[in-house]
Write a protein that binds this ligand. Structure first.
Ligand code: C5P
Length: 283
């Protein structure tokens, strides 16, 4: 197989609890992650002519140098396997940047899956997931089936039964937030101290008990006070369960898709998305 096109889904965090800060500077989390129908398309082919990868993107604001997680994933695959396979990738970008939607992480997981195929390797997904944590905390989740309880700094996941949310909105203002800035600004003593069983909560939500929250909202709202106003505006317009995803700045919310909001926002109607088995990628 010499060329391949793959879907690379975004994720939302149906809940995100920050447990504590670790000595390595990262935070332990308990979160319910869910892949959604918003996603990028990645077109891969082998670059047999040169000893380098080649990345192009439909969106000129996305860096296409070695800082892009797609190229980091290709380097990681070669380092771990010793296989000298270089690739050409065209990234058709739909997932907004600095949105808390895991776009870059999803692209990295998709690249590892593609390299496994293009090199005719049979590296297990469990191993790809473990490797991927070296380049980003959110990447291993994308090797789940799409609905998963996530712990550690984000690298451990446990598959849960499919969560079927048919239609909801993802809304994001033009400005974004960097993940490290949001975690850095977080004041742990301001968070709800609770000994709740989050694994149980994840299971209950997967069964239809919708209790969504995100501990990173307070920090994000401090950094960007407009973001708090946007949440309030969306609630006033009639959306419910308005919740920030990841480190922001996107929100997911439920309500009538015809509710008018300002054209200044990125807005898309989505549903939950899932892989049917570990032998297939997201479609
Ligand atoms: O792993 P990733 O590159 O996505 O993390 C970006 C930054 O976000 C980290 O450098 C760290 O500052 C912060 N972070 C954290 N706790 C996590 C995940 C990320 O503090 N669980």
């Amino acid at each position: 197989m010499y060329s391949i096109t793959l879907f690379s889904p975004a994720k939302i965090n149906l809940f995100l609890k920050v447990i504590d800060k670790r000595i390595d500077g990262f935070h332990n989390l308990a979160s319910l992650f869910q892949t959604i129908s918003l996603g990028d398309f990645l077109h891969f082919s082998r670059n047999d002519q040169e000893d380098r990868d080649f990345l192009t993107c439909t969106n000129s604001s996305i860096p296409i140098d070695q800082s892009n997680l797609i190229l980091k994933a290709a380097n990681l695959f070669r380092k771990k396997t010793g296989i000298k396979l270089y690739i050409k990738v065209h990234l058709e970008k739909h997932i907004p940047n600095e949105a808390g939607l895991g776009g870059g992480s999803s692209n990295a997981a998709t690249t590892l899956w593609a390299l496994n195929l293009l090199s005719n390797s049979t590296i297990s997904q469990d191993l790809l997931a473990i490797w991927s944590a070296e380049i980003g905390s959110d990447i291993p989740f994308f090797f789940s089936l799409g609905t998963a309880f996530v712990t550690g700094r984000g690298e451990f996941f446990q598959n849960l039964p499919s969560l079927d949310l048919k239609s909801f909105s993802v809304i994001k203002p033009k400005f974004g937030l960097s993940t490290s800035a949001v975690f850095k600004n977080l004041k742990l003593d301001c968070l709800n101290n609770t000994d709740a069983n989050f694994e149980q909560l994840a299971v209950e939500i997967a069964k239809g008990y919708y209790k969504f929250f995100n501990d990173l909202e307070i920090s994000a709202f401090e950094l960007k006070p407009e973001l708090k106003k946007i949440k309030e505006n969306l609630q006033n317009l009639g959306f419910n369960n308005v919740t920030m995803s990841g480190s922001g700045t996107s929100f997911f919310c439920f309500g009538d898709p015809t509710i008018h909001i300002s054209d200044d926002y990125f807005r898309v109607e989505v549903s939950t998305k899932r892989r049917t088995s570990t032998s297939e990628w997201y479609k």
